[in-house]
Design a protein around this ligand. Structure first.
Ligand code: FAD
Length: 325
């Protein structure tokens, strides 16, 4: 029951101010977000890749309010890519981006486009074009250093726009990935489309507060949908990325890959930095591609609160460290 309350707090400005200012917050935050700047994060990238792991890097931030902030987000990724270049890691270090941070959630002078990918009603947020304009140079720069970008999935209202941007970017950069969430009813259909067109797809359970009109609410339903969708991805033409820490799903994924005739390297596992780190190393040692989603930056509030919501024990630890000071 705590999860939805924490997710609601993740959208509250008052809670953001309160929690961000708490003196002990940083120690707890560091477990999940191990740096604020590119200088902080590059040694961590080297450490992880030195252990045989791969990374996907996320410059945290989402609820921006001006086009200047969207441009700053783009520039932060461009700086990161520039600094990654001499490390020559290729796809061992890729980028994950949230389109809201690139302007998707802003009103735009070019207003909403007519029609989403499948319908006639205006389906895209007004900032759709701004987000596309800001993310394209990041995808281009990533390709220049031999790596890729994956578009994270945010709340369900943003997804038609995200998929349209994904399709647009794939015309020039077919390796651009996207994320789908098993808690949404729509995802089985999205998975069939993406599996047929050969896309890189990260499958996750989903981390936002979604209503029953669009999403399963029960864990067992979300897990069962995850397995059905993963089977579609494994049997399809694309490259499945299994974004989960769930031991049962990780075992099932290996079995589904075997049945689909996929060898390690024809799919990959992904987990979040700071969560089940032993398992990262175990899977890599078994010969799997194991990518660690590593977030950094100063605007960590939304990302951090979703990690608390996923596991109430994290919240207890956080509260205990606040009161013991
Ligand atoms: P769960 O059943 O939640 O967890 C399984 C086990 O993992 C738990 O029992 C616990 O041991 C451990 N665990 C899980 N979460 C935590 C935690 N926060 N702290 C400590 N232990 C934990 N969601 C989106 O909506 N959009 C995205 O773009 C997105 N990208 C992601 C990228 C990656 C690489 C990963 C791994 C997750 C991403 N998520 C994203 C989050 C995802 O939707 C889930 O909220 C999150 O992964 C928890 O689900 P789970 O599959 O790990 O299973």
């Amino acid at each position: 029951m705590l999860g939805p309350v924490i997710l609601a707090a993740s959208r509250s400005d008052r809670m953001r101010r309160l929690i961000s200012a708490a003196p002990v917050t940083k120690q707890v935050v560091d477990r999940f977000i191990p740096g604020e700047t590119v200088d902080d994060i590059l040694p961590i990238v080297q450490e992880l890749t030195g252990k045989g792991l791969e990374v996907t890097l996320d410059v945290v931030g989402e609820d921006i309010t001006t086009p200047e902030q969207a441009a700053a987000a783009r520039d932060a990724y461009l700086e990161l890519i520039d600094r990654l270049k001499p490390l020559e890691l290729g796809t061992r270090a890729e980028m994950s981006v949230k389109l809201s941070m690139f302007g998707q959630s802003l009103p735009s002078p070019t207003t909403a486009l007519d029609g989403g990918p499948s319908g006639s009603a205006p389906a895209f947020p007004a900032g759709h074009e701004l987000a596309l304009a800001n993310v394209r140079p990041v995808v281009e720069a990533a390709a220049e250093i031999g790596t890729t970008v994956t578009l994270d999935a945010e709340d369900h209202t943003t997804l038609d726009s995200m998929f349209a941007i994904h399709e647009e970017l794939r015309k020039d950069f077919p390796q651009t990935g996207c994320v789908i969430q098993s808690y949404l009813y729509r995802t089985e259909q999205d998975a069939r489309r993406l599996a047929a067109n050969g896309s890189r797809v990260r499958l996750v359970k989903g981390a936002y507060k979604e209503p029953a009109e669009v999403a399963y609410q029960q864990k067992h339903e979300i897990d069962k949908a995850y397995v059905r969708i993963l089977r579609t991805l494994m049997e399809g033409e694309g490259y499945p990325m299994i974004g989960s820490h769930d031991p049962r799903l990780i075992t099932i994924a290996q079995e589904l890959a075997r049945r689909a005739g996929r060898k390690p390297g024809e799919y990959e596992f992904q987990m979040l930095y700071g969560i089940r780190s032993d398992e990262h190393l175990r899977l890599a040692a078994e010969g799997h591609r194991m990518r660690v989603y590593t977030a950094y930056g100063t605007d960590w509030y939304g990302y951090f609160m979703r990690r608390l919501a996923e596991k109430p024990a994290n919240l207890r630890f956080f509260v205990r460290s606040m009161v013991s000071k």
